[in-house]
Design a protein around this ligand. Structure first.
Ligand SMILES: Nc1ncnc2c1ncn2[C@@H]1O[C@H](COP(=O)(O)OP(=O)(O)OP(=O)(O)O)[C@@H](O)[C@H]1O
Ligand SMILES: O=C(O)C1=C[C@@H](O)[C@@H](O)[C@H](O)C1
Ligand SMILES: [Mg+2]
Length: 184
């Protein structure tokens, strides 16, 4: 698979809690790729948590840091990159994402809600009705996520290992499409 990819980066996109970080780390190991999580890089660079960045600099400040990190990361190859759930919101980010293969991890709002029930690290979910907030975020973002090269639908029962296997099995079909598009 690594030979087929020829060092092309994989960008995992999708809603918060879908498993981009968890799956991305495993996927990188399978491919012999490096792993980067844009949220982690932002936290390290800013020296504070995502909640604190949102409080101090607002979502706009966070989105700027996110774009800055993405711009730097895409200069490298042989990476699997777990992005933040909102990376799709800025048009300029797409020019960076399209340097690599974009994989949309998609699962139900119920699954995400169950996973993040106890979690306080996602500022956008600190809402009086987090489930309805998740639904409205997904509705807003779905057309953006659907611009990915690969759409992987995940069920609640699927383990990270199974999801990695599904992604690896699907990649050759997308690469073939891209090659034939170049030939036409
Ligand atoms: N396939 C899975 N099965 C069960 N639990 C999972 C699975 N994938 C992820 N999780 C759990 O769900 C939670 C969210 O996962 P993760 O942090 O990887 O999501 P994310 O997509 O990176 O979210 P964010 O966009 O907020 O960074 C974690 O507690 C993780 O352990
Ligand atoms: O969906 C979102 O907008 C976010 C998801 C997380 O990965 C973080 O990037 C942050 O909490 C914002
Ligand atoms: Mg993550």
């Amino acid at each position: 698979m690594s030979n087929l990819l020829r060092g092309v980066n994989l960008y995992l996109i999708g809603m918060m809690g879908v498993g981009k970080t968890t799956v991305g780390r495993l996927l990188a190991q399978e491919l012999g790729y490096g792993f980067i999580d844009t949220d982690d890089v932002i936290v390290k660079a800013a020296g504070k948590s995502i909640n604190d960045i949102f409080t101090d600099e607002g979502e706009t400040g966070f989105r700027q840091l996110e774009s800055d990190v993405l711009a730097q990361v895409c200069a490298y190859t042989k990476l699997t990159i777990a992005t933040g759930g909102g990376i799709v919101l800025r048009q300029e980010n797409w020019s960076y994402l399209h340097h690599g293969l974009i994989v949309w991890l998609d699962c139900s709002v119920e699954t995400i809600f169950n996973r993040l029930l106890e979690d306080t690290t996602r500022p956008l979910l600190q809402d009086s009705n987090p489930e309805s907030k998740l639904r409205s975020l997904l509705q807003q973002r779905q057309p953006l996520y659907s611009q990915a090269d690969l759409h992987i639908t995940i069920t609640q029962e699927q383990t990270p290992e199974q999801i990695v296997a599904t992604i690896l099995a699907a990649i050759p079909s997308v690469l073939k499409t891209q090659v034939s598009q170049h030939q036409n």
